[in-house]
Design a binder for this molecule. Structure first.
Ligand code: THU
Length: 129
């Protein structure tokens, strides 16, 4: 499953709208019912309205009635080249914590290997975690 989620996150990167940073990110979120919601980053000329790939995926899922999740995969890189792990930003970590427990697995890739981190590892002592 982690390979499938990373593969779907990579596909979602293709849709990234990142004309300002050139940094393309994809996410694939596995819901408890088996549905998979993907997301990509969507940038904006005013910068701050930019939406991260992870939050797009969570927004899609929650807006379609899903609130229970099993795993998340994230990948990204400058110009779409995955050379290092793309870890969720602080805001995304807090959003993940809204719906997921500390043991929630987050799959990351440097383009070669897949590593897993728990939400607790990425957001230690997080608010309401
Ligand atoms: N980005 C994400 O999509 N997810 C993250 O967790 C980190 C950052 C995006 C936002 C922006 O479009 C680009 O990466 C560079 O920061």
């Amino acid at each position: 499953m982690k390979e499938q989620l990373i593969s779907m996150a990579k596909q979602a990167m293709d849709n990234a709208y990142a004309p300002y940073s050139g940094y393309r990110v994809g996410a694939a979120l596995l819901a408890a019912d088996g549905q998979i919601f993907t997301g990509c980053n969507v940038e904006n000329a005013a910068y701050s309205p930019t939406m991260c790939a992870e939050r797009v995926a969570f927004g899609k899922a929650v807006s379609q009635g899903c609130r229970e999740f099993t795993a998340l995969a994230v990948c990204g890189g400058k110009d779409g080249e995955i050379n290092e792990k793309c870890t969720p930003c602080g805001v995304c970590r807090q959003v993940i914590a809204e719906f997921c427990k500390g043991d929630f697995p987050i799959y990351l890739t440097d383009g070669t290997t897949i590593e897993v981190r728990t939400l607790e590892q990425l957001l230690p002592e997080g608010f309401c975690l």
